[in-house]
Design a protein around this ligand. Structure first.
Ligand code: HEC
Ligand code: HEC
Ligand code: HEC
Ligand code: HEC
Length: 534
């Protein structure tokens, strides 16, 4: 960030702050306050900090609130594809085609709206993306997923080094490995002994080293953002032959935009026989057979060159606003939507001249338009997959350049969905960077349209009649899908796309949350000793 922008932001904050409170703003101090706590460096539970920091502890516990919704976001963990059922399972502003777009990838089983940090372990061990049905007890996901759920990571990485990542996720699933109390907690962001901000997330530390940045020389304001960039970012897991297997990496070497991401993933896949890097992919789409990228919550990347990020505002300014308690300024640790506050106080620290209604309406203005275009780009991505699927199967007359046209069509399907997902997986529905997100959706739409055009051309327009009309008629949204339903051949026949999935063999549930269960669903208390893959 340039110095002038920072000075402007700080001045703005200081000026408005004077108006509000006649303040000695902690933000104008150079460093986060230092304490001597006597709390050991290995402490993982927030409770241990309660006596020393009652205020921060109390506001952190508000992250347990999981009922309040805003117009587009909020904290009810509803299924993000379900715009049919009411809360708590579905919500009016959900995206109906998510399960279609992730067909064949565990995200199709379950994907929910995020809620407070205190739920991170609970929600993780209960999500259907982890396999709870495999006879060997494995979760069929790498242990890497734990990176953003618990500070216990620090101990696991110390113990196993780079062997940690490729262990099965369920190796660490039971309560004797990690408890719900040890979900994202004080030591995720603070050195317990001094309460200085310090990163624990391996991929962020890797990035700082790779980009030549020294944590001790980074400004306080930037640290107030980078704490969140430990997790609220796009990442991938190292492919075979490219370094420590399945270690998490932030793909920022070419930049933090969707364009940079798209270019980056043209490499970084497994090495081929000649020792060259192939394109990276997360999975192969079950309908179009295109190797796809799943983008994950690029909140930091989106925000950093938006109106606020570029002006030097930090995540904490809006999501951890300063509050006054007993004459002291403390940071609210209720890290949630600033829109839950009727008075929009987080915003009015700086925009003191605006009414809460004005600010709320500005946010909604951006979100309404972004969400409408998001749904359009989403429908078009589905159509692009269907066009390529039809063209893959086409047995009629083909264009002389069929193979080349189809290769380009597949690339455009991948591109269209990547740009859409950059916006879909981002958590602010456009607010963190309105211009960038609308641009990404336009690029997405264009790429998907190109895929549709090329697939038709490759089949000499033979598939065109099958693509005519609204996409909902051709490929209806998949409302329900789970690991259990994939064992039901009759169920899979009900949607033209679930029909394309393999039927899984009937198998009983072997995990319920953090407990191993027998085929009757009863807890097997001593199961921990029989932990898989240890
Ligand atoms: C996700 C990261 C994160 C977590 C988790 C977290 N904090 Fe903080 N904390 C911050 C940030 C960011 C600041 C602001 C630092 C600054 O302004 O320089 C902060 C500031 C503080 C401060 C300095 C005074 C103040 O209020 O600004 C204290 C004390 C503190 N946190 C205690 C805690 C305690 C206790 C917990 C656990 C209950 C906790 N924090 C959990 C990120 C976190
Ligand atoms: C260790 C990883 C990690 C860090 C660091 C982190 N988050 Fe999160 N955040 C998560 C996860 C995981 C969830 C979803 C938890 C769930 O749904 O169970 C989440 C959820 C949220 C939510 C949604 C809360 C709600 O009520 O709906 C907000 C807002 C948020 N984080 C903001 C922040 C901010 C701001 C920071 C930095 C001060 C931060 N996070 C740091 C991992 C992290
Ligand atoms: C200028 C204020 C502002 C800044 C700075 C900001 N955000 Fe946000 N953020 C918002 C608003 C407004 C929303 C939309 C909330 C809503 O619709 O309820 C939001 C939404 C979110 C959500 C989803 C909340 C939910 O209820 O599920 C997350 C997570 C989040 N932001 C993380 C971050 C992170 C991480 C950063 C820094 C990289 C950041 N934000 C910077 C204002 C801000
Ligand atoms: C720490 C100070 C700060 C906070 C907190 C803050 N803003 Fe801003 N805001 C700025 C700055 C700086 C700019 C860009 C320069 C300008 O327009 O003055 C800006 C610009 C804006 C704009 C115009 C750009 C756009 O995106 O359309 C809107 C709208 C806005 N802010 C709304 C909000 C809302 C809503 C919140 C609370 C969720 C908020 N701001 C919180 C400092 C802040």
């Amino acid at each position: 960030m340039n110095k002038r922008a920072l000075a402007t932001a700080l001045l703005l904050a200081a000026l408005t702050c004077m108006g509000l409170t006649g303040c000695n703003d902690t933000k104008t101090e150079l460093n986060t306050p230092t304490y001597t706590t006597g709390i050991p460096a290995t402490e993982l539970s927030s409770k241990a900090f309660k006596a020393k920091f009652p205020s921060q502890y109390a506001s952190y516990m508000k992250n347990n609130e999981s009922e309040i919704m805003t117009e587009y976001k909020g904290s009810v963990a509803y299924h993000k594809n379900d715009n049919v059922n009411p809360l708590p399972n579905g919500f009016k502003n959900a995206q109906p085609y998510l399960k279609n777009l992730w067909l064949g990838y565990p995200f199709m089983y379950e994907y929910n709206e995020p809620r407070g940090h205190t739920y991170a372990v609970h929600d993780f061990v209960n999500i259907d993306r982890l396999d709870s049905f495999s006879p060997d007890g494995k979760g069929h996901m790498p242990a890497t997923c734990w990176n953003c759920k618990t500070p216990r990571m620090m101990q696991w990485v110390a113990k196993y080094g780079n062997d940690f990542w490729s262990k099965d996720v369920n190796t660490f699933r039971s309560k004797d490995m990690v408890t719900e109390e040890e979900a994202i907690s004080c030591s995720t962001c603070h050195d317990p002994g001094t309460m200085q901000l310090r990163p624990y997330s391996e991929p962020l530390k890797d990035w700082l080293a790779r980009s030549g940045q020294d944590w001790n020389k980074i400004s306080r304001n930037e640290k107030r953002t980078l704490m969140c960039a430990q997790c609220h970012v796009e990442y991938y897991f190292t492919a075979k032959g490219n370094g420590p297997l399945l270690r998490p990496v932030f793909p920022w070497d070419l930049g933090k935009s969707a364009d940079a991401c798209y270019e980056y993933y043209k490499k970084h896949g497994v090495k081929n026989a000649k020792g060259e890097e192939t394109p990276f992919y997360d999975w192969v789409h079950a309908a179009s057979k295109v190797p796809m990228i799943k983008i994950q919550h690029p909140d930091y990347e989106t925000f950093q060159d938006g109106p606020h990020g570029a002006a030097g505002v930090s995540c904490a300014d809006c999501h951890m606003q300063f509050v006054r308690e007993d004459g002291k300024k403390v940071s609210s640790h209720w890290m949630t939507s600033p829109m839950k506050d009727k008075e929009m106080r987080a915003c009015r620290q700086c925009h003191a001249d605006k009414t809460p209604e004005f600010l709320r309406n500005r946010v909604h203005y951006i979100q309404e338009r972004t969400f409408a275009q998001l749904l359009e780009a989403e429908r078009h991505s589905v159509k692009a997959h269907e066009a390529v699927r039809l063209a893959n199967e086409w047995t009629g007359e083909k264009d002389a350049n069929y193979d080349a046209l189809m290769a380009e069509a597949r690339e455009m399907v991948r591109k269209g969905q990547l740009y859409w997902d950059y916006v879909s997986a981002e958590n602010s529905i456009g607010f963190h960077n309105p211009t960038k997100q609308l641009n990404n959706l336009m690029v997405s739409y264009e790429a998907s349209q190109k895929a549709i055009d090329l697939a038709q051309q490759a089949t000499k327009y033979g598939i065109s009649p099958k693509l005519a009309g609204p996409i909902e008629k051709i490929v209806p949204p998949i409302l329900e899908m789970s690991r259990e339903l994939q064992q039901d051949a009759e169920f899979l026949k009900m949607n033209p796309w679930t029909k394309l999935l393999p039927v899984k063999p009937k198998a009983p549930r072997v995990w319920k949350g953090q407990e191993r269960v027998d085929s009757m669903g009863n807890s097997m208390d001593n199961s921990m000793k029989a932990n898989p893959a240890m």
